[in-house]
Design a protein around this ligand. Structure first.
Ligand SMILES: Cc1cc2nc3c(=O)[nH]c(=O)nc-3n(C[C@H](O)[C@H](O)[C@H](O)COP(=O)(O)OP(=O)(O)OC[C@H]3O[C@@H](n4cnc5c(N)ncnc54)[C@H](O)[C@@H]3O)c2cc1C
Length: 397
């Protein structure tokens, strides 16, 4: 990273306040990558503390001719928030939570609100935002909307798309859009290439009053998938998480394939809340454990049917630790850096008719794997929302 950035950031201080903009090396290094490890050059970091700052920041970028990269918590796993000689707009200081509409079960929040904090605030009211990625202690609502996050309870609650009622989006010309209904697809899952999500109205679910889990070890993936299909018929199922024998072994569990399943009833075998919490903590910590053990490259293919079975067999035979939200067919194989089998994985998934990214997004990492229809769709959205190309340049396609 060069010691002296080349963007004239002085006017930014006039917009957001001098304390909310930095060209210091430590700030630029901190925002030079996301959790994928893909790194790029950050010219400066700006932290809007009010949604109204964002249109003025975009106008500055248009004048200055630099591109802007939206950033939430930087937990993304595909280089979506990685700058490429860009100014990073870190939205984590937009943390206001509006009054709760208890009857309508909805709440307006700013983009930088962290999911874990929101759910802690809502718990005494018996409500929660039920889309819970493994990164829920850090991920922001804006980042989750931009990636259409899924997660541990996707089998029951779907993805963030199902829980967004309205998004306030600042586009690449600094215009403000309030998107609802079908128009939400211009912002949700678009990884910041159409604009900055600055606020959103979220729908909420009732917190289950009862939760039990079962943890079952199987002899092989075939037996496990048969039981998965049975549990998928159960209306009380809220999570169905998979660990292959290599991943289970890394947690110190018996080295056999496991399913960790949760029900919002007494249906599971484990009822003790502390034991349940400990199991979920272990599950949340699984990726960091695998990363520390030398497997930091996490993938997220999504497949169903025979193809899913083929994938699980291949990962097992290759000795690749894998886990995932098996209820919705998302699997997370974890590789060593530079493992030559990663392109083989993408090729296999594409040939089997699956998606190379089930939840983490495309970003920089997988843009070579998107099809022509997707590319055309993104280009159309770019023409409408970012005709000058200042937002997240070079991402998605
Ligand atoms: C340990 C771990 C576990 C994870 N588990 C899951 C999981 O279970 N399910 C899942 O879906 N993901 C998971 N992830 C990936 C990641 O946490 C999600 O993609 C999350 O939604 C990203 O949120 P963020 O605030 O960190 O966004 P960032 O990483 O900062 O950004 C992600 C993308 O969104 C864009 N963006 C960020 N904020 C905005 C905004 N306000 N407006 C417009 N664009 C914006 C960025 O430019 C980038 O393209 C996991 C990551 C880790 C490290």
């Amino acid at each position: 990273m060069s010691a002296s950035p080349s963007a004239n950031v002085e006017p930014l201080a006039g917009i957001v306040g001098a304390e909310n903009v930095s060209t210091a090396l430590e700030a630029r290094i901190a925002c030079s990558r996301d959790a994928s490890g893909l790194e790029g050059e950050c010219l400066a970091v700006v932290w809007p503390s009010h949604p109204e700052h964002v249109p003025a920041v975009v106008e500055w970028a248009l004048q200055e001719g630099v591109d802007l990269v939206p950033r939430g918590a930087g937990t993304g796993l595909c280089g979506g928030a990685t700058p490429q000689r860009s100014v990073v707009v870190d939205l984590s200081r937009l943390t206001r939570i509006g009054p709760l509409d208890r009857e309508g079960r909805r709440i307006e929040v700013e983009a930088g609100v962290v999911l874990g904090a929101l759910n802690r605030r809502l718990a005494p009211q018996g409500l929660f935002l039920p889309v819970i990625p493994g990164s829920h202690r850090a991920a922001t609502v804006g980042g989750m909307i931009a990636t259409d996050a899924a997660g541990l309870r996707a089998v029951r609650y779907g993805t963030l798309r199902d829980w967004v009622e309205e998004v306030t989006l600042v586009d690449g010309l600094g215009r403000v859009h309030r998107l609802r209904g079908d128009a939400l697809s211009s912002a949700v899952g678009r990884e910041g290439v159409t604009g900055f999500v600055v606020k959103a109205v979220l729908k909420l679910a009732s917190l289950p009053t009862r939760r039990t889990v079962s943890l079952i070890a199987f002899d092989d993936e075939e037996a496990l998938l048969i039981q998965r299909d049975r549990w998928l018929q159960d209306p009380q199922l809220t999570a169905l998480e998979y660990l292959n024998r290599h991943a289970a072994g890394a947690l110190g569990w018996e080295a056999r394939p496991h399913l960790l399943v949760e029900f919002d009833s007494d249906r599971g075998d484990i009822h003790d809340p502390e034991r349940i919490a400990a199991l979920w903590r272990a599950r949340d910590g699984l990726y960091p454990v695998l990363a520390r053990r030398g497997h930091p490259v996490i993938e997220d293919p999504r497949l169903e049917g025979e193809a899913l079975q083929e994938l699980l067999r291949w990962l097992d035979a290759e000795g690749i630790p894998a886990f995932g939200h098996l209820g919705v067919g998302i699997v997370h194989p974890c590789f060593r850096d530079g493992d030559g089998r990663i392109p083989a994985l993408y090729e296999r998934v594409a040939a089997w008719g699956g998606r190379v990214s089930g939840e983490h997004g495309i970003g920089l990492k997988k843009k070579g794997w998107v099809d022509a229809a997707f590319r055309a769709e993104i280009q159309q959205l770019k023409e409408k929302y970012d005709p000058k190309g200042v937002l997240n340049r070079g991402k998605l396609c």
